[in-house]
Design a protein around this ligand. Structure first.
Ligand SMILES: [Zn+2]
Length: 586
């Protein structure tokens, strides 16, 4: 059914009774029938939640009727797991509470162990408030981190991505503490990063706790449906990727002590954010009319009065945390392979929104079968101010509003491309500025695999011709065909970047598959996914995987198509009646 989110608030406190929140989850879970003396005050202290209020019997019946959709047994168990994991209560003689329990709860049962792969990853506990009119956000974050490098760290670097030229936010750091002591900080790289000095060097293997507070002014963009805005407000939607200071990636150097913090700023042409897999618990207090779409699994939604609602999400290992919202979103959900897939749409776009849900479900199933299971409990697709393009975020694909109307014919292509990024970007990650081909070419080729599986070879071949071969031929005619592996800023234009990275990159994968055969090609990708799960790969890592196949002709193929300097491949002749070229998704 369609669920219209306007003014929907989940009142767990009301359902749980005014005093003891935990009566509800534990009473409903016979497996957890131990005594727990946690009080509402303790819950508040964990999540900064206000005291529960008395039930509002005047709430419209329509709102109350929707509550069972959200106060599911699963959500209550998640809350129980969260509290247990936070050490809130324990049965005598039990093993110590699992500090990673809230994060495991965001994963499908069979993939709860994935959280251990990120046990030494940064752990963010973020709390933000965005009161009406939702244009200034204030936030605090506690980040527990480990120096996983071989170098001592005299300082840390956090990226302030909203300060990127293409994002146009205004982000000001208000305070910084390291291990409970105030420390100084310095902005750098056009204020897109802040260097936080350590009182003493953090040695390899040592841990630190950083507490930061900040203020963020959210940009307002045109409400024209052609607007392309990765960050900010447009068309009654607010997109907030990376609204918090994000620990920069530390890249090792050739010798100990020569590593560097990653400080690239990217461009509007490609993706700009580069992050190691991290664990998040995010508490957001938002205007009650906003329907939020976010990374992770939402475990609590709670009306806190004065027109505000508080939401809490937990995640497994993810590259970043996206918050996106609109007071106008309607939605529908379905379950596929143990994951709840939710599609959001704006009023008037229901048929396209429901089609997007079907495409996302089909993509989830196909890629899970082909690459390996999708490990998280939730996945979402939603419209955003991205014109006819799409953008991938962990567990969420944002799709341009025009894909729901004017460019409806491209919706499935974009859903299939962005869904593939849940494997190639989210699970296996790479530097999106210096080596964008690693995830984009593969996500694009995955889209062909999807069409092949769902509609057959003829349709897939048509997509390949229209989307890759024709644009690449046109580029070759202009002598602008170059090899694939190059940084985003090495391309002369946006169209050259898109044609080379996406079209030619995907055609390289087609060649690879033809050389290897279907089965070995699939095994190659499955092995690559398994070896680099939640890690960051370089082209050299990718090549190492290729070399392990012991097929020298594949390395020749790589040299001819991918490796700079340029070696122009043979382009198939352009058909006399070529279909129009299409723009390709970022
Ligand atoms: Zn992409």
């Amino acid at each position: 059914m369609a669920l219209k989110w306007r003014k929907v608030a989940l009142r767990i406190a009301q359902a749980a009774g005014p005093q003891k929140w935990t009566h509800l989850p534990f009473a409903q879970s016979p497996a957890l029938d131990f005594q727990c003396s946690i009080s509402a005050e303790k819950v508040k202290s964990i999540f900064s939640l206000p005291a529960p209020r008395k039930p509002d019997s005047s709430a419209p019946a329509g709102h109350r009727a929707r509550l069972p959709l959200q106060i599911s047994a699963g959500a209550l168990l998640l809350l129980a797991a969260l509290l247990f994991g936070m050490g809130a209560c324990a049965r005598r003689g039990d093993p110590p509470p699992d500090p990673l329990a809230p994060h495991r709860a965001a994963m499908k049962d069979a993939y709860r162990g994935d959280v251990d792969l990120a046990a030494a990853a940064p752990r963010y506990q973020i709390s933000i408030t965005l009161p009406p009119p939702a244009n200034v956000l204030t936030g605090t974050a506690r980040i527990d981190l480990t120096n996983n490098s071989s170098d001592p760290w005299s300082h840390l670097v956090f990226r302030l991505y909203p300060m990127l030229d293409q994002y146009r936010g205004r982000m000001t750091l208000l305070s910084a503490l390291i291990n409970d002591s105030p420390t100084n900080f310095v902005y750098q790289t056009q204020s897109t990063a802040v260097r936080v000095n350590m009182p003493r060097a953090l040695l390899p293997g040592q841990t630190a706790t950083v507490e930061l507070s900040w203020k963020l002014t959210i940009p307002k963009w045109s409400d024209d449906s052609a607007t392309y805005a990765l960050f900010g407000a447009s068309q009654e939607m607010i997109s907030l990727p990376l609204f918090y200071p994000a620990l920069a990636v530390y890249e090792p150097g050739p010798a100990i002590g020569t590593g560097n913090w990653w400080l690239e700023t990217g461009s509007v042409r490609g993706d700009a954010a580069f992050n190691q897999a991290s664990l998040f618990v995010v508490t957001a207090t938002l205007p009650s009319d906003q329907a939020p779409v976010a990374t992770g699994t939402r475990i609590i939604t709670h009306d806190v009065g004065e027109g505000l609602t508080q939401h809490i999400w937990a995640t497994g290992p993810v590259r970043e945390f996206l918050l996106h919202m609109s007071p106008r979103f309607e939605s529908a959900s379905t379950e596929a392979y143990g994951t709840r897939v939710t599609s959001y749409w704006l009023p008037g776009d229901e048929s396209a929104g429901r089609a997007a849900l079907a495409y996302a479900v089909a993509a989830l199933r196909f890629y899970s079968d082909y690459f390996g299971s999708y490990p998280a409990r939730d996945m979402a697709v939603a419209p955003a101010a991205l014109s006819y393009r799409g953008m991938e975020y962990p567990q969420v694909s944002l799709l341009g509003v025009q894909l729901y109307s004017r460019y409806r014919a491209d919706l499935e292509t974009l859903v299939a491309h962005e869904a593939a990024h849940h494997w190639w970007f989210q699970i296996v990650h790479n530097d999106p500025v210096r080596e964008p081909w690693l995830d984009e070419a593969l996500a694009e080729y995955a889209m062909r695999l999807y069409f092949e599986a769902v509609y057959g070879e003829e349709r897939a071949a048509a997509v390949e011709q229209q989307r890759w071969r024709v644009p690449l031929s046109l580029l070759a005619e202009r002598n602008a065909d170059v090899n694939v592996n190059r940084p985003v800023d090495a391309f002369e234009s946006g169209s050259q970047y898109e044609t080379i990275i996406y079209a030619k990159g995907a055609l390289f994968y087609a060649q690879l598959r033809e050389s290897l055969g279907d089965r070995e090609f699939r095994d190659f990708l499955r092995s690559y996914l398994g070896r680099y799960r939640y890690q960051i790969v370089s082209t050299e890592d990718w090549l190492e995987e290729l070399r392990s196949l012991d097929r020298p002709e594949l390395l020749t193929l790589y040299r001819e198509w991918v490796q700079p300097p340029t070696a122009r491949p043979v382009i198939e002749p352009t058909p006399a009646e070529a279909p129009e070229t299409q723009a390709i998704a970022p």
